[in-house]
Ligand binder design. Structure first.
Ligand SMILES: Nc1ncnc2c1ncn2[C@@H]1O[C@H](COP(=O)(O)OP(=O)(O)OP(=O)(O)O)[C@@H](O)[C@H]1O
Ligand SMILES: [Mg+2]
Length: 249
């Protein structure tokens, strides 16, 4: 139940977004991708869900290479929250969350039971179910995106900056709730963030990327004690004033 990248390369015209990238996203672990804007984080997630196709190398999801014929099957194993949340603006919360269940042929009772579970899990306010995304706060929208991604009980959860633009207090609450959800569900999670503090908070393993490659992977103490490259130290120092590592992990 892992996601494996073996020497994967993906280019867009003359931009190499992912370069010879190898990593095994392990079962039950939260792996956090971090790195400057444009280093290939979202590209990696898009490759996993088959939105784009790699140029070379091998991607295995549960030991299967995604091809056209098995993609719908594999896709159901993966909950994906895109960078801006990706809710359909013309659908209410309830409709957004239950959309895939409808396509999959779940009946109303099964869908409603699952929705009620997710409302409890994500601490979403039930009285907001009939609102449209534009009528929700950023934090509420993020919870809806998460409920939608979790609806079909996926094995894998891919989250692209799920807490990106939230104010610090809401962000803190959602961080705590998300971590609790990951632990309780035992999912294999790939989470993207710009924020080192957040990476440390969530990660079993941090993957620091630059220009489509891995600069260093491991835990933050290894990054601090034995940086693989001056870039690691520079990246940490740039965010360090905001960080207190002492009671993390
Ligand atoms: N569809 C596309 N067409 C052309 N170039 C693309 C496309 N998608 C991504 N790129 C380029 O590939 C590189 C990696 O993009 P990607 O979106 O993966 O970065 P990122 O690490 O997610 O950045 P950010 O932190 O800003 O979200 C960038 O240089 C980007 O401009
Ligand atoms: Mg991105």
């Amino acid at each position: 139940m892992s996601i494996s990248f073996q020497k994967v390369t993906k280019s867009f015209d003359d931009t190499v977004a992912l370069k010879n990238f190898s990593f095994e996203f392990k079962k039950g672990q939260t792996s956090v991708l971090i790195g400057s804007s444009g280093c290939g984080k979202s590209t990696l997630l898009r490759l996993v869900v088959g939105l784009i196709k790699h140029d070379s190398g091998t991607i295995l999801i549960d030991n299967q290479a995604p091809v056209k014929s098995n993609l719908p099957f594999l896709r159901k194993k993966i909950g994906y929250v895109i960078q801006e949340g990706g809710l359909f603006p013309h659908l209410t919360t309830k409709e957004n969350v239950s959309l895939m269940a409808g396509y999959t042929g779940w009946d109303e009772k099964k869908t409603n039971d699952r929705m009620n579970e997710l409302i409890r899990l994500t601490k979403f306010r039930e009285d907001l179910l009939d609102r449209y995304p534009s009528e929700l706060s950023g934090g509420q929208r993020q919870r809806v995106s998460l409920m939608r991604a979790l609806m079909l009980e996926p094995e894998f959860l891919l989250l692209d900056e799920p807490l990106g633009s939230l104010d610090p207090l809401i962000r803190y609450d959602l961080q705590e709730d998300l971590k609790d959800i990951f632990e309780r569900l035992g999912k294999t999670v790939i989470l993207v963030t710009h924020d080192l503090h957040e990476a440390v908070f969530f990660a079993d393993e941090i993957i620091l990327m630059r220009e489509g490659t891995i600069v260093q992977k491991g835990d933050i103490n290894e990054f601090l004690k034995s940086p693989s490259d001056p870039f690691v130290t520079k990246f940490i120092n740039a965010q360090r004033s905001e960080i207190n590592f002492s009671n993390e992990n």
